[in-house]
Design a protein around this ligand. Structure first.
Ligand code: FES
Length: 268
């Protein structure tokens, strides 16, 4: 059965808009007046495809560049290897309807008017991700809407007890935030006398500065028990900042403030 998801003007030509349908995030793309529905969640590491770029009938994932054909969900370029589910989109009066049964290629093929995009209610996973991102000091100066938009660039990853998440001396690729379980920060993990410096639990981030540059990790971080983390790759984050330079300025101001506070403490 088809569900009404919005108005015909909600998805402008060339646009991709996310809707929450029966608890799933579904993206609808408007390709020259034809509408195509597909899973918003990239089959690689779960980034939001509606935050990506629509290039003709190809949607490009904002995180690692996987490409999918919006007509049938097939992968045209990796790293993703699994196709997306696609959904038939229909226009009924001035409403958009979507059928959650998988569709065949080219299912929703009706003319719509250009207009503005609609917002999407947050699912509980998104709320959890939002809370985790809001706890990162680097994002402390950002508005809630900016933090929400960062969520599209995250992925979730699980670790088994004892697994090393980041290794001292290796170049860091990005940030992690603990969602569940505990991790320990260990100096000299591979040496004769490893030293535990700290233990982090849910909501606590580590590797924050690796978002900005490829500095070497100053300590290792290891899972104490079953751990789930929210991660964000540096290159995806920097690509996002390129598009939203005002966020970079806010973060720069916040970093300058932290530097000034550190200087003050050193002087004392
Ligand atoms: S390519 Fe989409 S999450 Fe990696």
């Amino acid at each position: 059965m088809a569900s009404a998801i919005g108005k015909t003007g909600d998805v402008p030509p060339g646009g991709v808009v996310k809707f929450q349908v029966e608890g799933k995030s579904i993206a609808v793309a408007n390709v020259e007046g034809s509408l195509f529905g597909f899973d918003d969640v990239c089959t690689h590491l779960g980034c939001s495809l509606s935050q990506g770029m629509l290039d003709g009938r190809i949607i490009i994932c904002p995180c690692h560049g996987s490409k999918f054909l919006v007509t049938d969900g097939s992968v045209t370029a990796g790293p993703a290897s699994e196709a997306l589910n696609t959904y038939a989109v229909q226009v009924v009066g001035d409403e958009l309807h979507i059928s959650m049964a998988d569709s065949s290629p080219g299912a929703g093929d009706l003319e719509v008017d250009a207009s503005t995009s609609v917002g999407v209610p947050a699912a509980s996973d998104r709320e959890r991700s939002y809370g985790a991102l809001a706890s990162v000091p680097l994002f402390a100066s950002l508005e809630p809407a900016s933090i929400e938009s960062l969520e599209a660039f995250t992925f979730r990853k699980g670790f088994v007890p004892g697994e090393v998440i980041v290794e001292e001396g290796r170049t860091g690729n990005g940030l992690y935030i603990v969602l569940s379980g505990k991790v320990e920060v260990v100096k000299g993990l591979r040496g004769a006398r490893p030293q535990t410096l700290a233990v982090f639990g849910p909501g606590e981030p580590f590797g924050e500065m690796a978002l900005l540059a490829d500095w070497k990790r100053s300590a290792s971080v290891r899972a104490v028990d079953e751990v789930e983390c929210l991660g964000m790759d540096r290159w995806a984050f920097l690509a996002y900042l390129n598009r939203e330079p005002q966020l970079a300025i806010k973060m720069l101001q916040m970093l300058a403030q932290r530097l000034a506070e550190t200087n003050e403490k050193l002087v004392e």
